[in-house]
Design a protein around this ligand. Structure first.
Ligand SMILES: [Zn+2]
Length: 248
């Protein structure tokens, strides 16, 4: 056997083909690379180029923008950040550590307190915006009730199907569900929520919750309408760090 490199008769060892291809991941058109080892090397080099890296970043910025528009952050909440959150030093430190390890953890947070005035929503919005800014990761922030409203509204207006909307909540990189358990619980809602959380758990997509209930209390609420009330709480425990928020 000869140690000579194999000759590629598709590209004549140039690594490139005489055609243009659209690369959806980069949102760029460019020459097509050959499948051979020379082509693969050239393609890898091209992927690292400034042009491609900048295009990837722009594409992600657009996704972040779209997700933010889809979110339902009330106007008066939009300037919420960690710097204008009074007190809560302990929570700030925990979330600072969380953000440092965001990519390693691939897990969300369940932030709860019985007292509704502890600033959970403020903290959650601040965290959502920080993740989007720092890591350019698209995120949807929405109350549990509003999430069902969006899905239900697909029955009425046929602009998008119910499944398309559910998929948005399943597939978005980060999902923030505000005020879990505040809505009237129905079997339909539990089915929808189970489907969304299941998908997100399986695909390691961080999900964040705020609630006025501990997980045990939430499970008792579900038990009033459902035979298997442990299904959702079990998933939440698996997919999120549980933080009990207290004032100070
Ligand atoms: Zn080739």
């Amino acid at each position: 056997m000869s140690s000579e490199k194999k000759y590629c008769c598709i590209c004549n060892n140039t690594g490139v083909l005489h055609s243009q291809v659209y690369y959806p991941n980069f949102d760029l058109s460019s020459i097509a690379y050959c499948k051979c080892s020379i082509g693969a090397q050239l393609f890898a080099k091209w992927c690292q180029s400034n042009k491609v890296q900048e295009s990837i970043r722009n594409k992600r910025l657009q996704e972040v923008e779209r997700a933010l528009k889809f979110s339902n952050i009330p106007q008066q909440w939009q300037d919420k950040s960690f710097s204008n959150l009074r007190g809560c030093q302990h929570i700030k430190q925990l979330l600072h550590d969380y953000l440092e390890n965001f990519y390693k953890k691939k897990i969300g947070i369940y932030l709860w307190s019985i007292d509704s005035r502890t600033g959970k929503t403020h903290v959650s919005i601040a965290l959502c915006k920080k993740i989007m800014d720092r890591y350019v990761v698209p995120a949807i922030f929405i109350t549990e009730e509003e999430m069902y409203t969006r899905i239900r509204s697909c029955f009425d207006n046929h602009s998008s199907s119910e499944e398309v909307t559910i998929n948005k909540f399943k597939k978005i990189n980060c999902l923030f569900i505000d005020d879990l358990g505040a809505t009237k619980i129905t079997k339909w809602k539990l089915e929808i929520l189970t489907g969304i959380l299941n998908f997100r758990l399986m695909n390691c997509k961080p999900t964040f919750f705020t609630s006025n209930y501990s997980i045990d209390q939430y499970q008792k609420k579900i038990a009033q309408v459902c035979d298997r009330p442990q299904r959702i709480p079990m998933r939440i425990r698996e997919m999120a760090d549980i933080i009990h928020m207290t004032k100070s």
